[in-house]
Design a protein around this ligand. Structure first.
Ligand code: ADP
Ligand code: MG
Length: 246
């Protein structure tokens, strides 16, 4: 990725499921090192937008470029591009029959071809980063939801992604477990990771985001600094949404 090339550039993005258009022309850019939080009501298209970035959903129109590469170009190595994009979901999707360490090493070994020693070293570095160095032999069912989500983040990081997508990573957690996960995400942001985060955690958006994008009904209604969007929203729909969630 050359300096100055946006990490993500979305232009005129449209996505329909059958007759229903759920993304209706989305434009925005995420700069390298930037943290962008995407907020908005349920059903507004946030998850679909995120899934279009790594082509888990195929856009019906418009373009998505990642690091200057057009994701819909049939000549690119899509798997190689996806390896540069880490994704963390609301549900942690860990392998229940594998230990924490194995959850972190399996894709490194199978997809990246790393040997056991190197994969293990990288996995352990990332377990330290998420505060779970002592749990490498545990199985997912022995961990709290917050710990499982931190394992999922460490697993994504172990692939060495250039950017990270988070889709409501704390929405499935008991309230007392949310803070640890947000803390890990904050550390990542401080280290300069490029991040696109769909979240209802307005405190996180206010403190950590460089920019907040408010979506409603398949469109970006308002975007700006957290101050602009969360403290002094201009659009009536943003105001109504914030009045409900804050
Ligand atoms: P959000 O994440 O903001 O809640 P989504 O992107 O999940 O919104 O969904 C936007 C709209 O698209 C919703 O109306 C949802 O029902 C619809 N949708 C999402 N995925 C599919 C799909 N695979 N097939 C049909 N409709 C879908
Ligand atoms: Mg969603």
């Amino acid at each position: 990725m050359t300096a100055g090339t946006p990490a993500i550039e979305i232009r005129g993005l449209r996505k329909s499921f059958g007759d229903v258009e759920v993304l209706r022309g989305i434009d925005f850019t995420v700069a390298a090192g930037e943290v962008v939080c995407v907020v908005g009501p349920s059903g507004s298209g946030k998850s679909t937008l995120l899934r279009c970035v790594n082509l888990l959903e195929e856009p019906t129109g418009g373009t998505v470029t990642v690091g200057g590469v057009d994701m819909s170009d049939p000549d690119i190595d899509l798997d190689a591009m996806r390896r540069r994009i880490g994704m963390v979901f609301q549900q942690f999707n860990l392998f229940p029959h594998l230990s924490v360490l194995e959850n972190l090493t399996i894709a490194q070994r199978r997809v990246l071809g790393r040997d056991r020693e190197k994969a293990g070293r990288i996995a352990r570095e990332n377990l330290v980063k998420v505060g779970l160095a002592d749990r490498e032999d545990s199985f997912p069912s022995q961990l709290s939801g917050g710990q499982q989500q931190r394992v999922a983040i460490a697993r994504a990081l172990s692939m060495g992604p250039g950017l990270m997508l988070f889709d409501e990573p704390t929405s499935a957690l008991d309230p007392e477990l949310v803070g640890d996960v947000l803390g890990v995400m904050r550390t990542l942001a401080d280290e300069g990771m490029t991040m696109m985060v769909v979240t209802h955690e307005m405190g996180f958006a206010r403190d950590v985001a460089d920019r907040v994008v408010f979506m409603d009904d398949g469109r970006v209604v308002e975007e700006g600094t957290p101050q602009e969007v969360l403290t002094r929203p201009e659009h009536p729909r943003t105001k109504a949404f914030l009045a409900r969630v804050l």
